[in-house]
Design a protein around this ligand. Structure first.
Ligand SMILES: *[C@@H]1O[C@H](CO)[C@@H](O)[C@H](O)[C@H]1NC(C)=O
Ligand SMILES: *[C@@H]1O[C@H](CO)[C@@H](O)[C@H](O)[C@H]1NC(C)=O
Ligand SMILES: *[C@@H]1O[C@H](CO)[C@@H](O)[C@H](O)[C@H]1NC(C)=O
Ligand SMILES: *[C@@H]1O[C@H](CO)[C@@H](O)[C@H](O)[C@H]1NC(C)=O
Ligand SMILES: [Zn+2]
Length: 964
C-alpha cells in the first residue's frame, strides 16, 4: 500500500505548529506496540476497535484444534484460476441497502489428500444448493466426493466444506458459488463511495483488497502465496464504465433478470495474488496516452478530468514506467496501466496490479490551485505505486511478516523514479527528511520493534494491519538505501533484477533477495564486504533500533552504542546481537572522501581518523548509513567553525543531518543543549531547504515547550536574527515578491522564510501578507496568493487580523470546492489570537453542519497548537468531555491524537496536576481507545517538566548571548 503513514510535504511551517508530525508518529507507534504487548500477556484489552472483537474473552483462552480454527489456510489445496462475475447495484434496494451479487467458479488442484475444503469468505451470504453453500464438480477423470455439509466460520473468515470422501492428489476440481453482500461505504473489500458532480449525487463501486478483504468480495484463497489467474466479468449499469486489472475484452448491452445492463469481460489476468485485485464501476472519464503497446490511462470524476487535473499524472507515468523497465531490466509485465483518483479512500494509494487507486490528492494536480508540495506528492506517490508493479506484484513476498521488504523497497525507489521524471528537483535528497529522520525518531524508543518478524507471529487480520507502520515503510527504506550504497548501485540493481527474473509470478521470502545480491557480490571483482550480505543485514533487520557511532579524533577510537532518546528507558526486548551492528561508515577528512570503514564490534581504533590542528572528520557522508554520529568536542568545534566559514564544503544533506544528530544527541543527554543549538548558528548564511527544515523540525519542540516562558522572547529574537537574511534573499530573487522562485528547493524554503519571518515579526513580512490577504478580501473571486504560500499567508493574516479576516476565511472555507483549499482554510482559522473567535470556533467543531465530523478532532488539535488556543481547547475539552467522548471515543487514532494534541504543550507542574485530576474525575467511565494516550500524556508531561527545568536557564543565557 502506498504511504499510509504519509507525511504531507511542506505545507508551511509558519503555522506556529512545528514538528508535530514526528511526535504523532511516535505516539501512534507506541500505542500500536503496547496494544500488541497487552494482548500477548493476556491482559484484558481496552478499546472496541481493533477488529478482533469476535475473538472469545481472554479469560477462557481459545485453543485452536480444528483446521478451520487457524488463521492460516491448510496446504492441501491450491487455486489455479477463477471465473468471477460481480454485479454491484448503485441504487439502494427496497430495504435501503446497497448490495452486490456475484458468482464464482474456482478451479483448484489437490496436492495433499483431504476431505475438507477451507476457503476464505467474509460478510458474504450464499445461495444454497441442496442445503449447501457451494457445488463441487471435477475436471477430467477424477471422481468427485459428495458434499456432506458446509458452514461459515466468522472468527477466521472461512467457508468450510466437509466432503464424504477424499479428494484425489493431483486432480483438479471446480467449486461453484453464488453469493451476495452489502456494498457498504466501509472502504474495505468491494465498497461504495459517493460524491457530488455539479450538484448531483453520484455513487460508484470500488475496492480495497489489501490486506485481507478480497474475501469480502468473493470466496477465495485469500493469502498472497495463493496466486491464480482471474477471469473477471462485471455487470454494470449502462452509462457506467467497469475497470479491472486487465484490459477489457468486450462490453455488451444485455438484459439480465429484466434489467438492462452492460456486461464487460476482461482478459484473463496474469498469475497474481488476491490482495492486488481491483474492480471499479463508475461514471469516471479518462485521458490516455500510449507507449509502445502499453495503454496508459488516468481516471477521475468528470469535472476533475475536464479541469485538466489528470494531466500531470499522465505526463509523469510514462517516464516513470520507462525508468523502472531500465532499472529492473524487466519489461512492464502488463498491457495496460490504469490509475484512478477516488473521492473516498482510506490509504494514500493502493498498488492493485494494472489498476492503481489513489486518494484524489495523490493523483490530481491543478497547475493554478495546487502547491509545489501537492505536485511532489503526486510524483512520489505514483513512483511508489508503480515500483510495486514489479517488486511486490510480479514477485510477491510469501507472507505479511515480510511486508517491510515490499514497502521499504518501494519507499526507497520512489525517490529514484520521481527523480527520473523530475530531474531538476534533487528529490533524492528528500529521503533524509521524510524517511530517514522519521525512522530515527520512532526507532530510538525502547518500545520499537525489529523490521522482520517471524511468519508464525503474524496471523490475524489485526496483526497483519499492524505491520503497516513507520518502521516497515521508513526504516525499511533507510536500511535498503544503506545496502544499495555499500554494495554500490550497479551491484544492488543487478541483484534486484536477477531476483525479479527468477521469481516472476511467484513468491519469496526476504532471504531470497539476499541470496541474489550475494551472487552478484561474488561475481564482482574488487568489491569487498566484511561478511555476507545475509550476516550484515541480519544486524539491521533482526534487532530493533540503530547505533550512535562516536568518533574520538584525538585517539582514533570508534565506538558504537544503541541510541535511545530517553537515556533512562529500559530495553526489555532481547537482541540476538546484543545491540551491536555491522556498520558501513563512509567518511571524509578535510573535504576529501576516504575509504569506507566498517565498524564490526563495539569499539575499535581506526588510526586514520586521528586528526589534530584544523583537520576535521565528517562521518556518514551522504547520510548513507542508518546511524547517528557523535564526535569529541574538538572535532565538533571544528565542524561548527567549518559550517560558519564555508558551509558549502559540507553537502546539503549532511548539513541537515549534523543538526538532527546534534539535537537528538542533546535530547538523549549525550551532548549539551548548547552544542545542539550551536549547529543552528550558521543558518543565517544557509539558503537551502533541507538544512532549514531539519533545524525547524528540531526547534519545534523548543518552541512548544518555551513559548509561554521568559525564554521565548530571547528565542524569538534569535530566530528573527537567523531568518532575516533568508527573508531578504527571497525578497530579492522574487523581485520584491512579484514572482515565485524557479528552483525547487527555493520554492519550499520560501514558505519557511515567510512563515517564520512573520511569526517572529521580521520587518516587512506582516505588511506583505496583510496586503495580499486584503486584495483577496476585496476581490474574493480572484485570489492573488500563490498556492505554495496560501497556508502560511492565510494563517498569518488571520493571526494578525481580527474578526473581519476570520469571517472572510470562514466564508471562503464554506464555499471551497477543492478539498485541499478547504483543508488549508480550516487549519488557518485556528491561527487567530482572539480568544472569543477561538472559543466560537471550538463550538463549531461539535456542530456537524459547520465542521464535518471527520474533521472535528483535527480542528480541535489545530486550535490547541496555537499558544493562545491551548488553554481554551483544554477547558473546552474538559467542559464538553462527555459529548466529545461519546462522539469520538470509539475511533482509535483520531481520539488518541486528540488527547495527544490538546496536552502537547503541557510542561508545568500545574498542568500535570490538572491532567491527573481530570483522569481521576473520569476514571469511572474510562477513556476508551485513548486509555493509553492518557497515560502517555502524563508520562510526557512529566518528561517535559524535567526537560524545561534542566535546560531553561542555560537556553535563556545562550539565546540572549547569541542575539546581541
Ligand atoms: C480462465 O481463462 C483461462 C484462459 O482462457 C482458462 O485457461 C481458465 O480455465 C479460465 N478459468 C476458469 C475458472 O474457467
Ligand atoms: C469460465 O468462463 C468461460 C467463459 O465464459 C467458460 O467458457 C468456462 O467454462 C468457465 N469456467 C468454468 C469452470 O465454469
Ligand atoms: C446476510 O445474512 C445475514 C444473516 O442472515 C443478514 O443479517 C444480512 O442482512 C444479509 N445480508 C444481505 C446483504 O442480504
Ligand atoms: C504535460 O506535458 C505537456 C507536454 O510536455 C505540457 O505542455 C504540460 O504543461 C504538462 N502538464 C503539466 C500539468 O505538467
Ligand atoms: Zn507501498
Amino acid at each position: 500500500m502506498g504511504k499510509v503513514y504519509y507525511i504531507s510535504r511542506n505545507v508551511g511551517l509558519g503555522m506556529l505548529v512545528l514538528a508535530i508530525s514526528a511526535l504523532v508518529i511516535i505516539l501512534a507507534l507506541s500505542i500500536a506496540y503496547n496494544k500488541e504487548r497487552a494482548k500477548n500477556q493476556g491482559q484484558p484489552r481496552n478499546g472496541a476497535s481493533d477488529g478482533s472483537s469476535t475473538s472469545p474473552p481472554l479469560t477462557t483462552p481459545f485453543t485452536p484444534t480444528e483446521p478451520w480454527d487457524f488463521y492460516r489456510l491448510p496446504t492441501s489445496l491450491i487455486p489455479e484460476s477463477y471465473n468471477v462475475t460481480l454485479w454491484p447495484r448503485l441504487q439502494p434496494n427496497a430495504g435501503g441497502i446497497y448490495v452486490f451479487t456475484g458468482q464464482s467458479d474456482l478451479i483448484f488442484r489437490c496436492i495433499e489428500e483431504t476431505d475438507l475444503i477451507i476457503i476464505h469468505a467474509n460478510k458474504l451470504n450464499f445461495t444454497m444448493f441442496l442445503g449447501n453453500h457451494a457445488e463441487l464438480s471435477g475436471l477430467g477423470e477424477a471422481t468427485v466426493p459428495a458434499i456432506q455439509k458446509t458452514w461459515l466460520v466468522a472468527r477466521t473468515e472461512y467457508l468450510v466444506i466437509q466432503l464424504n470422501g477424499k479428494l484425489t492428489v493431483g486432480a483438479s476440481y471446480v467449486l461453484h458459488t453464488e453469493f451476495w453482500g452489502e456494498l457498504a461505504d466501509d472502504l474495505e473489500g468491494f465498497y461504495r463511495s459517493e460524491y457530488m458532480d455539479d450538484g448531483v449525487k453520484k455513487v460508484l463501486a470500488t475496492s480495497q483488497m489489501q490486506a485481507t478483504h478480497a474475501r469480502k468480495a468473493f470466496p477465495c484463497f485469500d493469502e498472497p502465496a495463493m496466486k491464480a489467474i482471474f477471469n473477471v466479468t462485471i455487470i454494470h449499469d449502462q452509462g457506467t464504465v467497469a475497470l479491472s486489472n486487465s484490459r477489457e475484452m468486450d462490453s455488451l448491452d444485455s438484459i439480465i433478470d429484466g434489467v438492462s445492463v452492460r456486461v464487460t469481460t476482461f482478459e484473463p489476468t496474469k498469475k497474481m495474488s488476491t490482495y492486488l485485485l481491483a474492480f471499479i464501476v463508475s461514471e469516471f472519464i479518462s485521458i490516455q496516452s500510449s507507449q509502445s503497446n502499453l495503454l496508459i490511462r488516468i481516471w477521475a470524476r468528470r469535472k476533475a478530468i475536464a479541469d485538466g487535473q489528470g494531466e500531470y499524472a499522465l505526463n509523469v507515468t510514462g517516464p516513470i514506467l520507462q525508468f523502472y523497465e531500465k532499472y529492473y531490466k524487466v519489461d512492464y509485465p502488463l498491457s495496460k496501466s490504469d490509475q484512478v483518483a477516488l473521492p473516498d479512500f482510506n490509504a494514500g494509494a493502493m498498488e492493485n496490479w494494472g489498476l492503481v487507486t489513489y486518494r484524489e490528492s495523490g493523483l490530481m494536480y491543478d497547475p493554478t490551485l495546487s502547491s509545489i508540495g501537492n505536485k511532489e506528492s503526486v510524483a512520489t506517490v505514483i513512483a511508489h505505486e508503480l515500483a510495486h508493479m514489479w517488486f511486490g506484484n510480479l514477485v510477491t513476498l510469501r507472507w505479511w511478516n515480510d511486508l517491510w521488504l515490499n514497502e521499504g523497497f518501494a519507499s526507497y525507489v520512489e525517490y529514484l523514479g520521481a527523480d527520473y521524471a523530475e530531474p531538476t528537483w534533487n528529490i533524492k535528497d528528500d529521503i533524509i527528511l521524510y524517511d530517514v529522520q522519521n525512522a530515527f525518531a520512532v526507532d530510538a524508543l525502547a518500545s520499537s520493534h525489529p523490521l522482520s518478524r517471524k511468519e508464525e507471529e503474524v496471523n490475524k487480520p489485526a496483526e497483519i494491519s499492524e505491520m503497516f507502520n513507520t518502521i516497515s515503510y521508513n526504516k525499511g527504506a533507510a536500511v535498503l538505501r544503506m545496502l544499495s550504497q555499500f554494495l554500490t548501485e550497479p551491484v544492488f540493481t543487478k541483484g534486484i533484477s536477477s531476483y525479479l527474473k527468477t521469481f516472476a509470478f511467484g513468491n519469496t521470502v526476504y532471504t531470497d533477495l539476499w541470496d541474489h545480491l550475494q551472487k552478484v557480490v561474488d561475481e564482482t571483482p574488487g568489491l569487498h564486504i566484511p561478511s555476507s550480505v545475509h550476516e550484515i543485514m541480519n544486524h539491521w533487520i533482526l534487532q530493533m533500533g540503530f547505533p550512535v557511532v562516536t568518533i574520538d579524533t584525538q585517539t582514533g577510537t570508534v565506538t558504537q552504542n544503541h541510541f535511545l532518546l530517553d537515556p533512562n528507558s529500559v530495553v526489555e526486548r532481547p537482541s540476538p546481537f546484543n545491540y551491536t551492528w555491522f556498520i558501513p561508515i563512509k567518511w571524509m577528512k578535510n573535504g576529501v572522501d576516504q575509504q569506507q570503514y566498517w565498524l564490526l564490534q563495539k569499539t575499535d581504533v581506526h588510526s586514520s581518523m586521528r586528526v589534530s590542528g584544523k583537520d576535521w572528520v565528517l562521518a556518514n557522508t551522504n547520510v548513507s548509513g542508518f546511524f547517528r554520529v557523535n564526535y569529541d568536542s574538538d572535532n565538533w568545534a571544528r565542524l561548527l567553525s567549518l559550517l560558519d566559514t564555508d558551509h558549502q564544503a559540507v553537502s546539503v544533506i549532511n548539513r541537515a543531518q549534523i543538526i538532527d544528530d546534534a539535537f537528538n544527541l542533546a535530547r538523549a543527554k549525550i551532548i549539551s543543549t548548547t552544542l545542539a543549538l550551536s549547529t543552528t548558528k550558521y543558518l543565517s548564511k544557509e539558503k537551502d531547504y533541507i538544512p532549514w527544515q531539519s533545524a525547524l523540525k528540531n526547534l519545534g519542540y523548543y518552541i512548544v515547550m518555551l513559548d509561554r516562558t521568559e525564554v521565548y522572547g530571547a528565542l524569538q529574537a534569535y530566530l528573527k536574527k537567523q531568518i532575516t537574511p533568508l527573508f531578504e534573499y527571497f525578497k530579492t530573487i522574487t523581485s520584491n515578491w512579484t514572482k515565485i522562485p524557479t528552483g525547487y528547493s527555493d520554492q519550499y524554503n520560501q514558505i519557511n522564510a515567510i512563515g517564520i519571518a512573520c511569526t517572529v515579526d521580521v520587518e516587512g513580512c506582516r505588511e506583505l501578507i496583510k496586503k495580499w490577504y486584503k486584495q483577496w478580501m476585496e476581490n474574493p473571486n480572484h485570489n492573488p496568493i500563490h498556492p505554495n504560500l496560501k497556508s502560511t499567508v492565510y494563517c498569518n493574516a488571520i493571526a494578525f487580523g481580527g474578526a473581519e479576516e476570520w469571517d472572510f476565511a470562514w466564508r471562503m472555507f464554506q464555499n471551497a470546492s477543492l478539498a485541499s483549499e478547504a483543508t488549508r482554510l480550516r487549519s488557518a482559522l485556528a491561527c487567530t489570537k482572539t480568544p472569543w473567535l477561538l472559543n466560537r470556533y471550538l463550538e463549531y467543531t461539535l456542530d456537524p453542519t459547520k465542521i464535518r465530523r471527520q474533521d472535528a478532532t483535527s480542528t480541535i488539535r489545530s486550535i490547541a497548537g496555537n499558544v493562545i488556543g491551548m488553554p481554551l481547547a483544554w477547558n473546552f475539552f474538559r467542559a464538553r468531555w462527555s459529548e466529545i467522548f461519546q462522539q469520538f471515543g470509539g475511533g482509535m487514532f483520531s481520539f488518541s491524537n486528540l488527547i495527544n494534541g490538546v496536552t502537547r504543550r503541557f510542561s508545568t507542574e500545574f498542568e500535570l496536576q490538572e491532567l491527573k485530576k481530570f483522569k481521576e474525575d473520569n476514571q469511572h467511565a474510562g477513556f476508551g481507545s485513548a486509555t493509553l494516550a492518557m497515560e502517555q500524556a502524563i508520562e510526557k508531561t512529566t518528561a517535559n517538566i524535567k526537560w524545561v527545568t534542566d535546560n531553561k536557564a542555560e537556553m535563556l543565557k545562550w539565546f540572549t548571548e547569541h542575539t546581541t
